[in-house]
Write a protein that binds this ligand. Sequence first.
Ligand SMILES: [Zn+2]
Length: 65
Amino acid sequence: MAIGVTKELSQFTGKVGRCEHDHVVEVLSSGFGFCAECANEIDGYHTLYVVPAGFQTPGSGDYEV
Ligand SMILES: [Zn+2]
């Protein structure tokens, strides 16, 4: 499995979304979410989740006045 993969969250609500295995993933202020449940279950799991296109990333973008 490749390291550094990013995927878009599904069912994103503005704060949390779902990973590819339907776990709840919270997007951090860095703009990335990481699924700890998948990481526990899958060896070498490094997928990062990003906010889907069309959503504002929490904690970023506000300073670009
Ligand atoms: Zn997961």
